[in-house]
Design a protein. Structure first.
Length: 123
């Protein structure tokens, strides 16, 4: 199995509407197609550490407006099948997809394909 960690930049002022769409429509729909979602998160802040004059310092950004979620797949073939079942479905194309386009910056989507290490709780 492997995981997909996805990050989206939500359009200004649309986070509450996005979370509601995810929790009431998108996540239940994807689960009905076989998707396994391990987590759904709103980013509170982003911390970045750096060295400045030999000292470690942390900078925090609290205005990024990101949504992050994690899905699990059994294999690459499983992922391809579920993508087809979800994103090529009539319901997604006609009803859900157009709503998504009004709430997120689709050009900001980042997808990380991750494999668990031996001691990871998520497998």
């Amino acid at each position: 199995a492997f995981f997909e960690l996805r990050t989206y930049k939500i359009l200004p002022g649309k986070m509450n509407e996005w979370v509601e769409l995810m929790e009431k429509v998108i996540l239940p729909f994807q689960a009905s197609k076989g998707m396994v979602v391990h987590g759904s998160f709103v980013e509170k802040s982003f911390d970045q550490f750096s060295l400045k004059n030999g000292l470690r310092e942390m900078n925090r950004d609290e205005g990024r407006n990101n949504y992050i979620w994690i899905r699990r797949f059994e294999s690459e073939q499983h992922k391809v099948k579920l993508y087809k079942d979800v994103y090529e479905s009539k319901e997604w194309i006609d009803q859900i997809g157009p709503k998504v386009a009004n709430l997120i910056d689709r050009n900001s989507i980042q997808i990380y394909n991750l494999s668990s290490t031996e001691i990871s709780v998520m497998k």
